[in-house]
Ligand binder design. Structure first.
Ligand code: IPE
Ligand code: IPE
Ligand code: MG
Ligand code: MG
Ligand code: MG
Length: 308
């Protein structure tokens, strides 16, 4: 009997976290002529113990498209740099004003606001430098474009603006509706997750002559978008139900700041149901991939049940 063994997500994540951390360290060590204080702040936040979910999605999509982990490493590092910069800025007093991140004082608490802003700027820039330098020339431009779309004004940054604008006018002209909420989550979180999957598929195109599987790219991009929504709903739930000890960040903050969140709008049980429904729809997108979709399925289940 030829049965595929069940996918061991815990070992998979551990191995990829080690791989990506080592590579991030090498990239930072290779940065020359950078002020000591700046590189210290960048390293402090980038190498703090995050889950490395976005890099793992790049690896998984690359493998589903027939590529190897080494092909995916530049994009995996680039998305983690973008994500870390977004966390540093998200925590600033002008934004969510947080003092704990990844179980440590936030970057601005440790290094001051000016250096934290600049460390974020430097990580954002370094992400595109890594793609431009380390990807084959036929791929670098397309990958930079996907990442810019996911991270930029029409993606994550725009979503952060919408998140803060709604917080500021609790009873203003933008109604607190599920539609408004979905729009914010789709931009602030979904767009970067979508980019992770697309970068993974693109990274598998090591030969210029290889044909890009557009159906796979679109399918996984859509999966990434949904994955991001499920992820943000569970993030919002953890703010209500989780603890700082488990999540490594302060909890019970969103309601106090007047954030528009799923549990705030629909309650925890309905939010969980919604996340499950979205996850079920996302799993359908993976069905044509067969066994190649298994790691992505496992990661989605992990996100639904996560405590951190
Ligand atoms: C937190 O992201 C920020 C959101 C987009 C909700 P993660 O929960 O992936 O943070 P780390 O990388 O594990 O610290
Ligand atoms: C942040 O969402 C999304 C980003 C783009 C960084 P949150 O503000 O909910 O993230 P946490 O809860 O601080 O990690
Ligand atoms: Mg925020
Ligand atoms: Mg925040
Ligand atoms: Mg949150």
């Amino acid at each position: 009997m030829n049965r595929t063994p069940p996918f061991d997500l815990a070992s998979y994540l551990r191995a990829r976290q080690t791989l990506v951390d080592a590579h991030l360290e090498t990239i930072l060590a290779g940065e020359r002529d950078v002020p000591r204080s700046l590189i210290d702040a960048m390293r402090y936040s980038l190498l703090a113990p995050g889950k490395r979910l976005r890099p793992c999605l790049v690896f998984m999509a690359c493998a589903a498209a027939g590529g190897r982990d080494n092909d995916a490493l530049p994009a995996a590092c680039a998305v983690e740099m973008i994500h870390t910069y977004s966390l540093i800025h998200d925590d600033l007093p002008a934004m969510d004003d947080d003092d704990l991140r990844r179980g440590r004082p936030t970057c601005h608490k440790q290094f001051g606001e000016a250096l934290a802003i600049l460390a974020g700027d430097a990580l954002l820039t370094l992400a595109f430098q890594v793609l431009a330098q380390r990807l084959p020339p036929h791929n670098a431009g397309a990958c930079c474009l996907e990442l810019a779309n996911g991270a930029g004004a029409a993606g994550m940054v725009g979503g952060q603006v919408e998140d803060l604008a709604l917080e500021a006018r609790v009873s203003g002209e933008v109604a607190h509706t599920v539609e408004a909420l979905e729009r914010i989550h789709a931009h602030k979180t979904g767009a970067l997750f979508r980019a992770c999957l697309q970068l993974g598929v693109l990274s598998a195109q090591v030969e210029e002559s290889a044909k890009l599987d557009l159906d796979l790219c679109n399918r996984l991009g859509q999966f990434g978008q949904n994955f991001g929504l499920v992820f943000q709903i569970t993030d919002d739930l953890l703010d209500v139900e989780g603890s700082a000890a488990d999540t490594g960040k302060r909890t019970q903050k969103d309601a106090a700041r007047g954030k528009l969140t799923y549990p705030g709008l629909l309650g925890s049980a309905e939010s969980r149901r919604h996340a499950q429904q979205l996850a079920d729809k996302s799993l359908e997108l993976l069905a044509p991939l067969g066994v190649k979709g298994q790691p992505l399925m496992a990661l989605l289940h992990f996100v639904l049940d996560r405590k951190r």
